[in-house]
Design a protein around this ligand. Structure first.
Ligand SMILES: [Zn+2]
Length: 308
């Protein structure tokens, strides 16, 4: 390739980049329809949007980083999301992997952005798959952090803490609406308490306590209701052939009849185990937006798998 051609290609590429950036900066139809008076907040995942919307209602426009069907642990922000972020007053984090790298960059783009940890005050527990880890391995601090379960939004007790953190941040942002937020929060807490009562009833007198999931998202839920989660994934990875064989043996011993999968991961290994032990495969979604209804649906699915 001649030097001239090379420069030409670079030039075209730069023009293309500028076009992409300019088009990303044009307001989209959905943005035009948002209320100018509204507060703008960004959350990492859909269940956090549920808490913001329950408390602030129509006063807030919520920008969600991890969209429907996207995998939360491998998520990277898209260029067009930066515009919404630059207009946001609050970013609610939830301890996802991308936040470590990206939150400092967000603060550079939008220095007035308030960063609120939705999960502040929640006691972190180890990931279920860590039971499979060997204890003789050296663990540094990063390993310990990695070994903690990031799915903190998936229990009624933790939901209550997230609701409180959300209420406090929104009331500070808009003190003129604090009374309304408090009222909405009280209703939400009442709903969470009633949900807890219904889940307790659904999960009482079960024949089995151990349930098997591909991706270990339900550790906090299991802890609150005295269940035990067995994960197919080991340290966030697909199991090796020998680990798969051990899981099949374990599933047989524990009388596992249903293996739970979620929409964002491959179901091949879960199906392989299910075939071997003649079990069913069922879906539970950790990232559904209707947090309350979703926890109830998951409780029913676990109950059906664990009753006589
Ligand atoms: Zn997860």
């Amino acid at each position: 390739m001649t030097n001239l051609n090379y420069k030409k290609i670079i030039g075209i590429f730069i023009l293309f980049l500028i076009a992409v950036i300019v088009s990303a900066c044009q307001p989209s139809n959905t943005e035009l329809s948002t209320n100018e008076e509204n507060f703008q907040v960004t959350v990492s995942i859909l269940p956090q949007a549920y808490f913001v919307e329950r408390i602030a209602g129509d006063l807030v426009d919520v920008n969600v980083m991890v969209g429907p069907g996207e995998e939360a642990h491998t998520y990277e922000p898209k260029p067009e999301q930066m515009k919404s972020l630059s207009q946001s007053q609050i970013l609610f984090t939830i301890g996802l992997e991308y936040e470590n790298v990206w939150v400092p960059r967000f603060e550079d783009i939008n220095p007035s952005l308030e960063i609120i940890d939705s999960a502040e005050g929640i006691q972190r527990i180890p990931l279920s798959s860590d039971h499979a880890r060997k204890d003789d391995e050296d663990h540094d601090e990063e390993d310990l952090e990695e070994g903690l379960d990031p799915h903190m939004w998936l229990s009624p007790d933790n939901g209550r803490i997230i609701a409180e953190n959300t209420l406090n941040a929104l009331s500070e942002l808009a003190p003129q609406h604090a009374e309304e937020f408090q009222e909405n929060f009280d209703n939400l807490v009442k709903d969470i308490e009633e949900l807890d009562t219904r889940i307790n009833a659904a999960l009482s007198d079960l024949a089995e306590q151990k349930f098997m999931v591909f991706h270990p998202a339900w550790g906090y839920f299991a802890k609150q209701y005295d269940l035990e989660e067995i994960a197919v994934q080991v340290g966030g990875q697909e199991p090796s052939a020998s680990e798969l064989a051990a899981l099949i043996k374990l599933a047989e011993e524990e009388n596992i009849r249903v293996i739970f999968v979620q929409p964002t991961f491959s179901t091949a290994n879960a199906e392989a185990i299910a075939r071997e032990i003649n079990a069913q495969v069922a879906v539970v979604d950790p990232l559904a937006e209707d947090w309350l209804a979703n926890l109830e649906a998951a409780a029913k699915a676990f109950a059906a798998a664990l009753e006589d």
